[in-house]
Design a protein around this ligand. Sequence first.
Ligand SMILES: [Zn+2]
Length: 91
Amino acid sequence: MNAPKEIRTYCPRCNKHTVHTVSLYKDGRRRALAKGERAHERERRGYGGQKYPMLRRKAKTTKKQTLKLKCKDCGYTIHREGIRLKKLTIQ
Ligand SMILES: [Zn+2]
């Protein structure tokens, strides 16, 4: 799918339609010392270590692509819920 570089849509902070710049949302880097990571590491210890079945074979062939929309007036960022796409290009 082709996504436009700029979109005119509703901004909750400005409370009106404004021009937004479009970019692709990406997962952040996982921090080893984050609370959840530490808890998970703790639960994996000892006998019967694995908490949930390990994913051996992926069911999905695509990922949901989320768009990040940044308001040009106030800088507020909203996420637009993604749909499953093989390929997404922002023009
Ligand atoms: Zn705004």
